[in-house]
Write a protein that binds this ligand. Structure first.
Ligand code: ATP
Ligand code: MG
Length: 426
């Protein structure tokens, strides 16, 4: 009797072999794109001290209040958390290793993030983000660079219909002024607030604007606008950013209620949104976080960054049909006979020396059944080795994807033909 099956944790997905190739193509494009803008990779641990996220993301936020996987390490009673996002870790690492002594840094990372949310399409408990952070840059030029680079990535991935929403949260003084006005408005509509919003009304009123509660949407639309309270410097910064975007041909709309779900943002905030993924339409989000480095214990350092949701972008690529064909080996190596079996292993290694991808048949069976597997593998060629070939030290090469004759060639010739794709005049 078999034991009860063990299943994956809810909201945590396996990425199966058929999909992994798509992920890898996406990663390749992303890596080349980031290199093109001078961003350098950094890798942080998945576990951090809980305190890091509480201090940076903010105590009264969805993430810290109800989405974090937090536990106490039994060995030393330390409270640890699976990272819900990467910015705080990246900033911690930059401070801890004095990266900023070397001047401003353009950094990026990629990996799984964890949030205990209700799983649905485009919303998972383990999901992947590509995070991009520019530490030590104060001007609107870096904000513009980051927005323009996103627009380029969408083009390179063959994605269209992703619109840009922008807002400025202003300086902390401006936010304090706005906060007072917002609290007054929300108090006047206290009866219309949901439970979370009532709780946040005084602790963190800006979060009310980020509420996903359907009941709250109308009220949020009527709420006072941040833009009326913006300070001079933030206004100039925001206008310069918009002018750069205009020059670069990147269109945007201002969304005065865009506040982002994390407390560390100030000044510019932005989201890239599509209508093609239902409710989970934000594929990329970010902005300025000028106070965060100091908040985590570093010297005051202005900064700007963003994160993309990989699953949502891949779903959008699937939607648009811009998917790479699955990857197959170059050769399926068929062999039978005692001498042939040993020779085939050597042939496979020699071909790999010549950078040919070889799937060596394992498990025996007739030539006929092995050839069926060769066909199904998607390989462009079969190489057939019998005792005859083994004795002569050569192979039979058979193109599988076109009408061409099987030919008897040396291993070196086979490698040449496979790599150069020339089969007719060999
Ligand atoms: P949302 O409003 O959809 O909850 P968020 O504001 O919480 O998003 P961020 O913290 O800004 O998201 O993360 C950046 C991006 O990461 C999001 O725009 C989204 O594409 C992706 N993302 C966030 N949470 C999830 C999740 N639970 N599952 C899949 N992707 C996610
Ligand atoms: Mg969220």
């Amino acid at each position: 009797m078999s034991s009860k099956q063990i299943q994956a944790v809810r909201g945590m997905n396996d990425v199966l072999p058929d999909e992994v190739h798509r992920w890898e193509c996406f990663e390749d494009t992303v890596r080349a794109w980031l290199h093109g803008y001078g961003y350098r990779g950094i890798r942080m641990p998945i576990l951090e001290r809980t305190e890091l996220f509480v201090r940076s993301i903010g105590e009264v936020t969805d993430i810290v209040e109800k989405e974090m996987y937090t536990f106490v390490d039994q060995l030393n009673q330390e409270s640890l958390a699976l990272r819900p996002e990467g910015t705080a870790s990246c900033v911690r690492a930059a401070i801890e290793h004095n990266l900023l002594y070397g001047g401003a840094q353009r950094l990026w990372y990629w990996g799984p993030m964890f949030r205990h949310e209700r799983p649905q399409k485009g919303r998972y408990r383990q999901f992947y983000q590509v995070g991009v952070e520019a530490l030590g840059f104060a001007g609107p030029d870096i904000d513009a660079e980051q927005v323009v680079m996103c627009a380029r990535l969408w083009r390179e991935l063959g994605l269209d219909g992703i619109r840009l929403e922008l807002n400025s949260l202003g300086s902390s003084d401006a936010r304090a002024r706005y906060r007072a006005r917002l609290v007054k408005f929300l108090e006047q509509h206290h009866g219309a607030l949901d439970e979370d919003s009532k709780r946040r009304l005084h602790a963190n009123p800006l979060r009310v604007l980020d509420s996903k509660h359907p009941q709250m949407q109308e009220l949020i639309r009527e709420a006072p606008r941040m833009s009326d309270d913006l300070d001079e410097a933030s206004l100039r910064h925001f206008e310069a950013l918009q002018a750069s975007l205009h020059t670069a041909g990147v269109t945007h709309e201002i969304n005065p209620r865009l506040v982002r779900g994390l407390d560390y943002y100030n000044g510019t905030v932005f989201e890239w949104v599509t209508d093609r993924l239902g409710a989970q339409g934000t594929v990329c989000a970010g902005g300025r976080y000028d106070g965060l480095v100091e908040q985590i214990g570093g010297k005051p350092t202005p900064a700007c960054g963003f994160a993309m949701g990989v699953e949502r972008l891949l779903a959008l690529m699937q939607h648009g049909g811009g998917l790479p064909a699955p990857r197959a080996p170059d050769v399926y190596l068929v062999h039978q006979g005692e001498l042939a079996d040993r020779f085939a292993e050597r042939v496979a290694e020699n071909l790999r020396d010549a950078r040919v991808a070889v799937l060596l048949h394992c498990g025996g069976g007739s030539f006929k059944s092995q050839m069926k597997k060769a066909d199904a593998s998607g390989a462009r060629f079969a190489i057939i080795v019998g005792d005859d070939e083994a004795a002569a030290g050569d192979v039979s090469l058979k193109p599988l994807r076109e009408l061409a004759e099987q030919m008897r060639v040396s291993v070196a010739e086979a490698a040449d033909i496979i790599r150069n794709g020339v089969t007719d005049d060999a």
